[in-house]
Design a protein around this ligand. Structure first.
Ligand code: INI
Length: 158
C-alpha cells in the first residue's frame, strides 16, 4: 500500500502575504478581493493577511523574494495582470514574472503561487478576474493553502 499526501483546504492560523501589482489595477483589485475572500472562506483570519503593493508584474518576484526572506509568512500569493494588446514587451514582463515567481518558491522553500493573468485582451482579463472564467486570484489563494498543508504534512511525515 503506498502513502499519499494531499494538502487540504483548511487554514489554521497560518499567515499569508499577497503581493499585488498596481498596473491594470482595475483587474488586480478584483484578483485581490478574490484571493482574500477565498482565504477567509477557508478559515483565515483577515489579520493574518498582509498585502504588499508593487508597481507592475515585473516587480512581483523581487517583492515576493523579500517577503519570503522575512520568514514571517507561510505562503505568498502573487497577483498581477499583463495584457498583450497594451504592450510590445508583453513577453518580457509576463515571462519574467512567471519565471521569477517560480524561482522564489523553489529557492526559498516558501510556497509562492502565480495569480497573474496573461491575456490577449482586456475582455479576456475581465473574464478571468471574477467573470465567466472564475477568479485567478482565488485560484492562486487556494493553491497556496493546499501547498501550505502539503508542506506541513511533509514536515511531520515519518
Ligand atoms: N506591468 C503589468 O503588470 N502589466 C502590463 O500589462 C504591463 N505593460 O503593459 O507594460 C506592465 N508593465 C510595467 C512593468 O511590470 C514594470 O512595472 C515596469 O517595466 C517597471 O519595471
Amino acid at each position: 500500500m503506498y502513502h499519499e499526501i494531499n494538502g487540504d483546504l483548511t487554514v489554521d492560523g497560518q499567515k499569508f502575504a499577497l503581493v499585488v501589482s498596481r498596473f491594470n489595477e482595475f483587474i488586480t483589485s478584483k484578483l485581490e478581493s478574490g484571493a482574500v475572500e477565498a482565504l477567509v472562506r477557508h478559515g483565515c483570519d483577515e489579520g493574518n493577511i498582509t498585502c504588499v503593493r508593487v508597481p507592475g508584474a515585473f516587480e512581483l518576484p523581487f517583492a515576493a523574494r523579500k517577503v519570503a526572506e522575512s520568514g514571517r509568512y507561510d505562503a505568498i500569493i502573487c497577483l498581477g495582470c499583463v495584457i498583450r494588446g497594451q504592450t510590445s514587451h508583453f513577453e518580457y514582463v509576463a515571462g519574467e514574472a512567471a519565471r521569477g515567481i517560480a524561482q522564489v518558491g523553489v529557492s526559498t522553500g516558501v510556497p509562492t503561487t502565480f495569480g497573474v493573468i496573461t491575456a490577449d485582451t482586456l475582455e479576456q482579463a475581465v473574464e478571468r478576474a471574477g467573470a465567466k472564467c472564475g477568479n485567478k486570484g482565488a485560484d492562486a489563494a487556494l493553491s497556496a493553502i493546499e501547498l501550505v498543508n502539503v508542506v506541513r504534512q511533509l514536515s511531520s511525515a515519518q
